[in-house]
Design a protein around this ligand. Structure first.
Ligand code: SAM
Length: 429
């Protein structure tokens, strides 16, 4: 899962789960229609809820399929993927690495010997990929990430609208080369159907997180420091092993949408006891800010990679066919879109996260004026909700951008909770 996601609710999980638990019992079906990093979907799953998750960002779908919908360990037979000699070498390394994780939070499943054995093959595969330095499968050797997203790459030059010129530097050359090697291997296994679907989702999800840790960005992929490498970017790419206790929770038949607009998804969503909503509140389009994890998530499915990468543009190097204009990023239609989504999906309860910072209603150049809260309060007091059911819960938290010299500060986050009006004259049609 991405740890640095704009508007991510990692630090608010306890508050969100408490509010959900006050409304509906475990076992109930809860929608997370702006699932982003999937941290909320994962927490809902771990608290025993059946989750219906969707986000327009493709990497989010991949995380949700790997860690929420899937309830099994990855299945890897190392000898089918790499040579016998290499698999013997890496199996030893994998077991040592895994023994270190035994007893850590999130890894209690390793107490079971058969789980330990099965998972050690996956961890050994990650050890192999971390060290890989050559394209064994020559036909699948590609250099797209090196070419387009590191300074030395032959197609990495950009010219901004304001006239500045340079070369993209999202990764150091050695990390960009490593990402290409890893992608080439995964793509070969994917095309030859050597990995089952869940294992493929899990593997790519691990790669997305590993790349995040060494990306030369200040949080999003919209841009990069033009004249330096962030110190994190200078580390070598390493996989962080996901805590699989959560994944192995009881399978409640979780549902994951196919990265569609949630306004569309809401029309055919399974019926929901509660809908958790965490939409964007300003003009920033997440598909632009996180285009790179989306490339990684989609890479193996792109049939013509040459054409795809010949069409990347802007300073950041995004193929704009992947872009999506969210209605929630437009002030004028935000409230109507919210209403449409709720009316379509007809949950019993709605819980909405709201960030009272600079947004559609609060001036971008000055402190927040509270107009956003009034707009939402008016909406939640409309007749699609039960009268007097609205609760507005303020939450204090630290801003995640307490990074690189920025000082963390307290910001007001709110949870709006209301019950749908399903009876009487004014009820939801
Ligand atoms: C504030 S973030 C959600 C953060 C998430 N709750 C978390 O904790 O990581 C808003 C999310 O809405 C998604 N999004 C925006 N408009 C959308 C739409 N119309 N349909 C589906 N997802 C959308 C974005 O891709 C982004 O991931």
């Amino acid at each position: 899962m991405l740890k640095r996601y704009l508007g991510g609710k990692k630090d608010l999980i306890e508050d969100i789960i408490n509010v959900v638990q006050d409304c509906v019992k475990p076992g109930s079906t809860v929608g997370d229609f702006f699932s982003g990093s999937t941290v909320v979907s994962q927490a809902l799953k771990s608290h025993g809820y059946r989750v219906v998750s969707n986000d327009v960002n493709y990497f989010s779908t991949m995380f949700a399929k790997a860690y929420v919908q899937n309830c099994t360990l990855p299945k890897v037979e190392l000898q089918k993927l790499i040579s016998k000699d290499l698999s013997e070498k890496y199996l030893k390394l994998g077991k040592i690495k895994l023994s270190e994780l035994k007893g850590e939070a999130g890894f209690s499943f390793l107490k079971d010997d058969s789980n330990f054995l099965q998972f050690s093959e996956f961890v050994s595969l990650l050890c192999f990929l971390e060290e890989v330095d050559d394209y064994i499968i020559a036909d699948f050797a590609r250099t797209d990430i090196y070419d387009h997203y590191c300074e030395e790459g032959k197609y990495s030059s950009f010219k901004s609208n304001r006239g500045s010129e340079g070369n993209r530097r999202f990764f150091t050359p050695s990390n960009a080369k490593k990402i290409d090697l890893i992608l080439s291997y995964i793509r070969y296994w994917y095309i030859h159907k050597i990995l089952d679907e869940n294992t493929y989702f899990i593997l790519v999800s691990h790669l997305i997180r590993a790349c995040e840790k060494v990306s030369n960005t200040q949080g999003t992929y919209h841009d990069f420091p033009r004249d330096k490498y962030d110190s994190r970017a200078l580390n070598s790419l390493k996989f962080e092993i996901f805590e699989f206790d959560l994944v192995l929770n009881e399978n409640l038949n979780h549902v994951v949408g196919e990265s569609v607009d949630s306004l569309v998804f809401s029309k055919d969503s399974p019926s929901l006891d509660l809908l958790y909503l965490d939409p964007p509140y300003n003009f920033r389009q997440y598909t632009s800010y996180y285009f790179f994890p989306n490339i990684l998530a989609r890479y193996c499915e792109i049939e013509d990679l040459d054409t795809y990468f010949s069409n990347v543009s802007y300073v950041r190097g995004q193929n704009m066919d992947d872009n999506f204009d969210s209605q929630f990023c437009k002030k004028k239609i935000f409230i109507n879109s919210l209403e449409e989504m709720i009316v379509n999906s007809k949950p019993n309860y709605v819980v909405l996260s709201y960030f009272n910072g600079k947004n559609h209603w609060n001036d971008f150049n000055s402190d927040c004026n509270g107009q956003g809260i009034s707009e939402l309060e008016r909406f939640f007091n409309s007749n699609i909700f039960e009268k007097y059911s609205l609760k507005i819960i303020p939450i204090q938290r630290l801003n995640y951008q307490s990074y690189g010299g920025f000082k963390a500060k307290n910001i007001n986050e709110y949870l709006f909770v209301a019950k749908l009006n399903k009876g009487g004259d004014d009820a939801l049609a």
